[in-house]
Design a protein around this ligand. Structure first.
Ligand SMILES: [Zn+2]
Length: 363
């Protein structure tokens, strides 16, 4: 796929387009009228493009009114309605795939996820695990727009699953909202109670009825784990994914004794790679958290300064009783206190809203 460099203005335009589904579709339609088929597409892109074009043709053909039908006023009206409904049904059928690819290459992953939810065709184009082009679209997007996702996906994980795991929120098991903690060793974003339910420690295995009289070293061979120090607990406790442990124990038991040693060595090598990868991802996320907290602190300080200035100006005006606003009283208002703690920029619009609240609360 040809990597296209864009100016920052263009990128911002594309991003803002993506935030509005209708705008994206309009942009795509407008582009599709003027941009010719890109002759530089590589083989894989051509394959996807062909597939997509086939789908478009089929959809268009099935949506056309029957030409063999008798020409009556009723049928003409029906034909017009059919045509109109076909157009309304899915605007994607009129988009040349290479234009779609070009647009996607300039969208951040969060917008691609939104775009994939707009219609079945976009969803199919953006969800293909087999399509090299689809995978490259997502990879280009995360490298360009998500600074902490420059590492490739863990082995065996496709781009989309990787991005969704990293960017979305919520426990992947129980669905609890706002959960952000990702255990890269388990490639899972889960809440605390699901973690406790789905894992077992190397200590607990020794007393667990399912593993009695089994050699712990063998059944844990090469399995990724989470260190207890993540939870600020002392000791050499490690948490393992219970399903992995059961699977490992089963496989080990099923092997003839002469093959077990080779199996253990292979598992350990594979496990070491998995853990290196998981640690690299965890480090990248930790770095991002630190950077983000510094950025948020900066935003918060700027916001407080702005609030300070605006309330000083407000204190030079008079309230409903024709007295000057008391600046300390203003700053004790609940809305002011709330705004003071939140790092979002204080735009004119935000201040106008806050101003109205302050006037009410001041009474
Ligand atoms: Zn959960």
């Amino acid at each position: 796929m040809t990597r296209v460099m864009r100016s920052s203005t263009r990128k911002r335009t594309e991003i803002s387009l993506a935030s509005n589904k209708r705008s994206v579709v309009k942009a795509v339609q407008n582009k599709s009228k003027v941009v010719p088929v890109n002759p530089d597409l590589n083989t894989s892109e051509v394959a996807v493009v062909d597939k997509i074009q086939d789908e478009s043709t089929t959809t268009t053909m099935t949506a056309e009114p029957e030409e063999s039908a008798r020409s009556t006023d009723k049928m003409e009206i029906k034909a017009e309605q059919d045509e109109e409904s076909a157009q309304n049904k899915c605007l994607a059928i009129s988009i040349p795939p290479e234009i779609f690819i070009e647009i996607c290459k300039n969208l951040p992953p969060a917008d691609l996820l939104r775009l994939a939810r707009t219609c079945k065709t976009f969803h199919a184009w953006l969800s293909s695990k087999e399509s090299v082009t689809t995978q490259r679209i997502w990879a280009a997007s995360r490298k360009e727009f998500v600074r902490y996702l420059t590492l490739p996906p863990p082995r065996g994980m496709d781009e989309i699953a990787y991005i969704r795991l990293a960017l979305e929120k919520g426990c992947q098991i129980c669905g609890a909202k706002l959960v952000r903690k990702i255990y890269w060793a388990f490639r899972a974003r889960i809440c605390g109670s699901c973690f406790q339910r789905k894992t077992i420690t190397n200590h607990d295995i020794k007393t667990d009825a399912r593993f009695k009289r089994r050699n712990t070293r063998n059944i844990l061979a090469g399995l990724p784990f989470v260190d207890a120090h993540v939870f600020r607990r002392l000791g050499n406790r490690r948490y393992y994914w219970i399903d992995d442990v059961l699977e490992n124990a089963k496989t080990y038991k099923s092997l003839p004794s002469k093959k077990r040693q080779d199996w253990l060595i292979k598992r350990q090598k594979k496990g070491a790679k998995l853990m290196r990868n998981a640690r690299a991802l965890e480090m990248a996320f930790l770095r991002e958290e630190r950077i983000r907290s510094i950025e948020l602190r900066g935003l918060l300080l700027a916001k407080r300064e702005e609030l300070h200035k605006r309330t000083e100006i407000m204190a030079q005006t008079k309230d409903a009783s024709n007295n000057f606003y008391d600046i300390d009283r203003l700053r004790r208002c609940a809305s002011y206190q709330k705004a003071y703690k939140r790092p979002y920029p204080l735009t004119d619009r935000a201040w106008n809203m806050l101003y109205r609240k302050l006037v009410k609360e001041y009474i």
